[in-house]
Design a protein around this ligand. Structure first.
Ligand SMILES: [Zn+2]
Ligand SMILES: [Zn+2]
Ligand SMILES: [Zn+2]
Length: 100
C-alpha cells in the first residue's frame, strides 16, 4: 500500500457518512457505514431468500414470513415443503398425496 493510500484511508476514517435512506438517522464512520448499508432498516435490500423483490430492512422479516414466494414451510401432514405465500395456490395435502 502506498503512503498516499494510507493517507486517504486515514482521511476516510475521519469522515462521517449519512445513510441515504429516507428517515434513517444513521451517521457513522466509513467502515461502520459500509456495514450499515447492508442492514439498514430504512433502505431497500434484495430479499435475503432471493425472490427478486427489494424489501426495506425493517420489513424483511415480515416479507419472508408472510409474503415471500421463496418461503418454504414443511407440512406436518404430508411431509412436503410448500410455499404458504403464493396467492390462489393453497397447499393441499390431498393433491400431493395423490401425486405420490
Ligand atoms: Zn440507514
Ligand atoms: Zn422474498
Ligand atoms: Zn400437506
Amino acid at each position: 500500500m502506498t503512503e498516499l493510500n494510507e493517507q486517504a484511508l486515514n482521511l476516510i476514517e475521519e469522515i462521517h457518512f449519512n445513510c441515504e435512506a429516507d428517515g434513517c438517522p444513521f451517521e457513522e464512520k466509513y467502515y461502520v457505514a459500509l456495514n450499515h448499508v447492508q442492514t439498514c432498516n430504512s433502505s431497500f435490500h434484495n430479499c435475503i431468500q432471493g425472490c427478486g423483490l427489494a424489501i426495506q430492512g425493517k420489513d424483511m422479516e415480515y416479507h419472508c414470513i408472510a409474503l415471500c414466494s421463496k418461503t418454504l414451510v414443511r407440512c406436518n401432514t404430508c411431509d412436503t415443503h410448500y410455499c404458504p405465500n403464493i396467492e390462489g395456490k393453497p397447499h393441499s395435502c390431498d393433491e400431493i398425496l395423490r401425486a405420490k
